[in-house]
Design a protein around this ligand. Structure first.
Ligand SMILES: NC(=O)c1ccc[n+]([C@@H]2O[C@H](COP(=O)([O-])OP(=O)(O)OC[C@H]3O[C@@H](n4cnc5c(N)ncnc54)[C@H](OP(=O)(O)O)[C@@H]3O)[C@@H](O)[C@H]2O)c1
Length: 250
């Protein structure tokens, strides 16, 4: 085939089949949609969240539940991180997906330091700790990391200062990790979604007294499909950052 001619694309370019992933935040929302698509692509998926019941419920919704291994632990606590290390779930991974976390709203005058600390532990410290634990295995396998960040990383807005600042930090962390591990053949994808349907948006709308309309929001599977496509690119390229927004405007 001549230089520049199109090469037939197949999911075998960077095959996911038979490989192992850990998805943090797999019990609902974006993490669950990604876990589901990874199972469909033939991976074994360790699904992580705090609630064992939530994980069991998500397992029942998965396309290949026999390859979905639920693991309940709180990534915001050292006890949770130790439990993860003891069970060895962050070792020997081909893919680490970080989609867990929490969100508090409130103006700078009103939001508490306790809320800031809770979000720091869950949204920034936990991904850092997980990447640290998984890196030796990811390097050995020339694996991939996906950081689900947020469009809030790009601009602060009234009432979301704590969350936006931590998302900006997560995005920056992703850039540093990418710069460190690309040379080892490890790819790092940072995803910055806009409003995506699910429990989090339901709660945000409820708290703000707004009508929740799923039809104008992006769907978790929209994000999942873009992530899977990026993961399956040949090793000659890396998608570094994905900006995805709802198409319908209010
Ligand atoms: N939804 C949106 O509109 C939107 C927009 C932009 C970016 N994002 C980002 O995308 C990611 C996923 O969003 P989402 O809407 O799917 O979130 P979600 O519905 O709130 O789900 C969060 C997931 O993380 C788990 N989790 C939370 N805290 C945890 C902890 N300390 N340890 C372990 N697991 C924990 C939750 O399960 P448990 O509660 O059982 O622990 C759940 O599985 C988040 O990082 C969010 O910032 C979301």
């Amino acid at each position: 085939m001549s230089q520049g001619a199109s090469t037939p694309v197949s999911s075998a370019d960077t095959p996911l089949q038979g490989k192992r992933a850990l998805v943090a935040g797999a019990s609902r929302g974006i993490g669950e949609a990604i876990a589901s698509r990874l199972l469909e692509a033939g991976m074994t998926v360790v699904g992580l969240a705090r609630s064992a019941d939530g994980l069991q419920a998500s397992r029942a919704r998965m396309p290949a539940p026999q390859r979905y291994l639920p693991f309940a632990c709180d990534l915001a606590s050292d006890t949770g991180l130790q439990s993860l290390a003891q069970h060895g779930h962050a070792r020997e991974l081909d893919l680490l997906v970080l989609s867990s976390g929490t969100m508090h709203t409130g103006t700078t005058a009103a939001a508490t330091l306790a809320q800031f600390d809770e979000q720091y532990a869950a949204n920034l410290r936990a991904p850092y700790a997980l990447v640290q634990a998984a890196l030796p295995g990811l390097v050995a396998r020339r694996g991939q990391i996906v950081l689900i960040c947020s469009s809030a990383a790009l601009h602060g807005r009234a009432g979301v200062g704590q969350y936006a600042a931590l998302q900006a930090a997560t995005r920056s962390l992703g850039e540093s990790i990418r710069d460190e591990v690309n040379r080892d053949g490890v790819r790092v994808l940072t995803v910055l979604p806009g409003s995506t349907a699910g429990a989090r948006q339901q709660a945000l709308h409820r708290n703000a007294g707004l009508e929740y309309r799923e039809d104008v929001l992006m769907q978790p599977d929209d994000v999942a499909r873009m992530v899977i496509a990026s993961l399956q690119l040949p090793q000659s390229a890396e998608v570094t950052e994905l900006h995805i927004r709802p198409m319908k405007k209010r």
